[in-house]
Design a protein. Sequence first.
Lengths: 351, 213, 342
Amino acid sequence: MSKQYWKDYQSAVADDNYYYERSCIRQSFFTGSEEIFLKIVKDILKKDIVDDMNLHTCSGIGYYSGVVPLDTTMTVVARLFALMTEAGYKNFVPSCITSFGLVNEMVDMWHHFPEKLEEIKGYLKEATGKDFKMPENIAHPCDIIYKNRKALKDKMKYSLTNVRTGKPLKVVEHIGCHYAKIFPRHVKGGAEFPQVLVGMIEEWGGEVVDYPERRHCCGFGFSQYLVLANRGYSAANSKKKFESMQPFKPDFILTNCPGCNMFMDRWQYTIAETEGITYDDEKRGIPVLTYEELTGLLLGYNPWDLGLQVHQVQVEPLLEKMGIEYNPKDKYVGKTGKQLTEPEKPMNLKV
Amino acid sequence: MNCGVCTAICPAAEFYDYDPRDICNVLMSKDEEKIEDLLKGDKIWHCGQCLSCKTRCPRGNVPGLLVSLLREVSIRVGLFTESEEGRRQYAIKKTLGENIINSGYCVHVMHVKPHLHPEQGPVWKWYFDNAEEVADRQGGNYNKEGSGALRKINDVNLKDLRKIFEVTGGKDFYDHIDKLSKVKAVQLKKNITDNIDDNEYFYHVYRDKSQKQ
Amino acid sequence: MKKTDVIIIGGGPAGIEAAYDLARNDVQVFLFEKEDELFGHMNIAATLFPNFQDASEIRSLLLQKTKHNNIKIFKNTGVAKVHKDDKDWHVQTEKGEEYTAKAVLLASGFKTFDAKYKEELGYGIYKGVITSVEFEEMYKEGKILTPYEKKPQRIAFLNCVGSRDEKVGNHYCSRVCCINAVKLSIEAKKLLPDVEAYCFYMDIRMSGQFYEELYRKSQEDYNVNYIRGRISEVSPTIDNRLQIKCEDTLSQTPLKMSVDLLVLMIGIEASEGTSMIAKQVGINGEYSFAKSLSLHSADNKTKNEGFFLAGTCKRPLTMPETMADARAAALEIGYYLKGVPE
């Protein structure tokens, strides 16, 4: 490996004609995020992006948890590429960070071991009758938002400013491990100073907070979270991050990985309920937003259409800080217009 | 080189009796007995696959991926049931693993049952209980045909996915985990069934943690 | 007069020592130095390991040597091109002037590793992360202070920055950083007896005479602490210190601590001049260092007749090794000029 300055690492992001792969976790925990991303790309950025109903999981979580063997995962990924090829697209855009890391890892392995690629082609043909081509570009949706952040800023109604004080909001940005750590040289800023969320925050008026455990994993740990017995590991890692960021008093946390977003939201609840500790001054927790939710909010979309009601750490204090209007009566309304009964309130975490 | 930059930033090394540097040492030693101990022990199951180790190693090693390999070997040669942590793979297979084949999702709202996930909180329970209304409000297509978030993945695609598992040995791997877990369940005198709900062995490997850690 | 016996490229210790030995053997020498000052990296040192020899005394000695009648010094004269015709070597300076000599000695030395390539250590990003060169300069001024002008409570020294590291393309060991770190830690304790000094290492390579004794002295007399683990990352803390993470590999646990100053022991690389000229004359070796004809039996000669090497343009070396190498080069060149057979 030769020397290269981290500032020179670049992510290659295609301009248009995106083939979107949905994320199991993002769909489940942040349903609105995927929808707003598609809307932004189609209606605002006026690009072509396709949401193919034939797609399924990439099996990445199964692979990293050690229950799905390598050959199987590779062939599953190959099917995704085959569907993309059949749909006439070349630019693969996985919504999930695990998926992003996984497909890059698989493509890299096939590059170094062409005989493996032939083997997988054989499996895919045998199982499904399909052939596949490698994508020309693999970019994460956050890279697409980053690339267009200036164009989006022009359309934004709000900015990352505290309307009461006039000062920029302080934002902790958290990057999913599988985004930057697997191939740091293919990510702008590398694994140490990834720029994708920093760029969004700074462009949209906020201030990035650096703190000692910035690069630390949120603690998902795949097999560690999936079994109840080991969930303490997952919580402990997030707790480490919260303790580290607390003195800097961030206004919210921004993530690009849906798993990280979910964990950093839920572990604040768990820690509040089991230990009585919260990491902000008002016992309400630090809101955790996906970059899609943030983009949507700043563009003026209804927070409850974006799915912010599904967050355990309530976002209203943040919305008020930003001067964003919201209708509390609309929060728990369903698709059919039905007013649903509200969720129970936790004992300690203020809702 | 034993420099320790991997262990320095390993989240698992902080919270568990786990040292990625040491795992690499054992592998380098080619000492079959020590390697067998690894395959039989808890250590290799502590890694969280964050791959922070990959970014730093001055020799270009990746302890995290080596651990993945050891896990697959441990399962294939049947040693995973010898350790408390290794046995938990059964729980993962029964939940996540079967989700993949049954629904085409690793994780879907309907799988994250609040009683199995109390840490998800009351708002999650509310979402789970009102899934279609809340998901579709956000633009989803909850468990219905067609495209959209949380849609039902149709049988054509599920058929392909299941065939892939058969052809590549994924299904065999799953069955292997089941088979060996059944043997272990008998040894531990715990009831084991094909589903989850009345499966004593499942709840044991999913929930119970002995004090030694 | 543009013609001489020997042109020496580089006015550091190797170049000067070789020039002097040639000069007192009746050889005419032109010495080209691209900077305004002679002595190269010797200018940085306050003291030399392992015996804390005063570096300025060595510089004075070298200065005296440059005054020999047979040596003509050209400062601010970088070399742009070197080539040979049938008979002689021709050296063109950056200013465009051409000089001729029967033999050329490359003594163009080294440069230090640019620590910005290890961004996880925060050099150039977080205040308080400095290089060994910058630390020595602080010591020379007699002032070791944190970036906030306070007395540091804890200083950490990290070995192998830019060396033994595939990630930056330098697999090799830079030879001098281990002993230098021991020296710097003692310097820190001499100036600030109450400061806590920690050296983070993978190995303590005490491979010279009196090195091991100095290492022991640093522990017994100066209470320097040694931790076997390479620092993996540096982060800023709320109280303006630096948080470092490593593994204490001897006790097999991850370790985290806050320090006020982190001194990076940056490695040795081939200088720009070395790599450029070595490439021009076809003797560029591994990592762009200049390659000698034979490591064990002809280490000052090259495959080019009349082209010789001395000093750290070949590899990382200590001062005594450099000086000895320069004298050997002078001897070899002397034989060449006189036509003495092998």
